[in-house]
Design a protein. Structure first.
Ligand code: SIN
Length: 521
């Protein structure tokens, strides 16, 4: 088996992984970043439209903190919220504006433009029109490519974390403290598994929206990191808090294309199919109520009228030049035959963000020695039971930077193993060719079970059914995994079923209906 060594191994390259890499790069340590996609840019970050929270003109960290806590429904980690509110603006200015020269949209030559989103008491969201994530991601990749001590490896799928004693040939290793020492990673093209060794591993694999039938996330967001960390014994918390975005474009071919909340921030209103606004019946903040409430209101309106969508009407209410402010949304909808300057947009809710994940401290360290985690796959506790809009890019940036800052300042290259003491990847004997029909059907089963039974509105009965069905499927997938050729699709299925189970079990264990975990009974 091929062995590859670095000082820091980073899995995933959205804003969190990329900012961890950039911070580490400056120290001269040898950094390897692997991504499963053949394009580095492919990540949830790339698709983020709305923006990144900073502090607006009449704003301060205390106000931001209050908004995060109110949306999070009282179970946020106060220490983490204070770090984000206190350090966020400075990190945005230093890294994104001064170092990466991100061209945030301006309202005048000497003033940045701040957008409004639900749950925010101030306009405080920096954006680049409606393509914020794309520009940020591209600038990070450009900057990382300048460092000779950083190696970017694409088209490689992480299979499992390497841990001692679990993967050690030395039986006395069981007396040592468990430690992550890298990962087994599959080279997608050759279907060979390699061992990436590092005394420090950072999981930055993003979220898991794609275990649901309808999602705003790219298809690769199936939660690889949660599954690997769980199998390695790291603590995972709050997985029941899956946030649904109220407004994804309802179109057969548009695959969960997001209609950013900033569209409502610029005046758009939700309407039933017969043209009635309805959010005033649910919350005094109307269309800018917290997103879990907007999502449930839409769900209810759809159920009451037996409809598959509601409308989002920007054309009648816009206070801005639509094409200039939302060029990406305008262009994409037009490609599907809808002119948003003239017509209302059909929308449905979609799985969007996981507020829980690998439990980490204020420096991104997980409960497993040698393993840090940043961005959506981690749980700092910032979001509590529900995430305030546009805080995720900032959390990724702040914790990505902090995680590497800590590693660099405490760097200890000593590891309790020699690579020769670690098991090579074990390929099971059979190695059957994979049948895509089986994989597609298993995914359809997982996604529709999650959508219908562990989705926007949950009941104990639905969740119990989900648990039973997923447990049964898990056995079949495990057998399939042992018999099939190593292929990224098979690895993805193994990760995906595990994540679906983690969410369902967490939801069943928590009888308190709160935030994004909404129980009807
Ligand atoms: C959006 O633009 O509506 C998404 C922003 C977010 O989820 O933070």
């Amino acid at each position: 088996m091929e062995n590859i060594k670095s000082d820091i191994l980073i899995i995933g390259c959205g804003i969190a992984g990329a900012s961890a890499a950039l911070e580490a790069a400056r120290s001269g340590l040898k950094v390897i970043i692997v991504t499963k996609s053949s394009k580095f840019e492919e990540s949830n970050t790339y698709y983020a439209q709305g923006g990144i929270v900073s502090l607006g003109h009449d704003d301060n960290p205390e106000l931001l903190k209050e908004d995060i806590l109110e949306t999070g429904d009282g179970i946020n980690n106060l220490e983490a919220v204070e770090i984000l509110a206190r350090e966020g603006k400075e990190i945005v200015e230093k890294i994104l504006i001064q170092e990466l020269k991100i061209p945030f949209t301006r309202s005048s030559p000497d003033s940045l433009d701040y957008a409004q989103e639900a749950g925010h008491s101030r306009r405080r969201i920096l954006h680049i029109k409606d393509m914020t994530g794309r520009t940020i991601e591209e600038k990070f990749i450009e900057a990382l490519q300048e460092y000779s001590n950083v190696t970017l490896i694409e088209d490689h799928t992480a299979v499992d974390l390497l841990t001692v004693p679990h993967h050690s040939k030395d039986y006395t290793a069981y007396y040592k403290k468990p430690q992550c020492i890298g990962a087994y990673v599959l080279e997608n093209q050759s279907q060979k598994v390699k061992a990436f060794f590092a005394p420090y591993t950072i999981l930055a694999t993003g979220g898991c929206g794609a275990v649901y039938l309808y999602t705003s996330n790219p298809s690769g967001a199936i939660g690889d990191g949660y599954a690997m960390a769980y199998r390695a014994g790291a603590r995972i918390v709050n997985m029941e808090y899956i946030q649904f975005h109220p407004t994804s474009f309802f179109h057969r071919d548009a695959e969960g294309f997001l209609i950013s909340e900033t569209v409502r921030g610029e005046g758009a209103r939700l309407k039933t199919r017969d043209g009635q606004t309805f959010m005033e019946n649910y919350n005094q903040k109307k269309d800018l109520a917290p997103r879990d409430e907007v999502t449930r209101a839409i769900y209810e309106e759809m159920t009451n009228s037996n409809s598959s969508y509601v409308y989002l009407d920007l054309a009648s209410y816009a206070r801005i030049d639509i094409k200039k402010r939302f060029p990406n949304i305008y262009r994409t909808c037009l490609e599907y035959g809808l002119d948003i300057t003239k017509e209302a947009i059909p929308v449905v809710p979609a799985a969007h963000y996981c507020c829980g994940g690998i439990l980490v401290d204020s420096w991104g360290r997980s409960s497993l020695k040698g393993l840090s985690s940043v961005g959506e796959v981690s749980c700092t506790g910032v979001h509590g039971a529900n995430r305030l809009a546009s805080t995720s890019l900032l959390e990724g940036l702040v914790w990505g930077t902090r995680a590497s800052r800590y590693i660099v300042s405490h760097f200890d290259p000593a590891t309790p193993y020699k690579t020769a003491e670690i098991h090579d990847w074990y390929y099971p004997g059979i190695q059957e060719e994979i049948d895509p029909a089986l994989i597609n059907q298993d995914w359809l089963f997982i996604k529709s079970t999650m959508w219908n039974y562990a989705g926007i509105i949950r009941t104990k009965k639905r969740l119990e059914r989900a648990r039973a069905d997923l447990d049964y499927l898990r056995h079949r997938i495990e057998r399939f995994y042992r018999e099939a050729k190593m292929d990224p699709k098979v690895v993805g299925l193994k990760h995906g079923i595990q994540v679906a189970q983690l969410i369902t079990h967490a939801a069943l264990s928590n009888p308190v209906s709160q935030g994004a975990h909404y129980l009807k009974d």
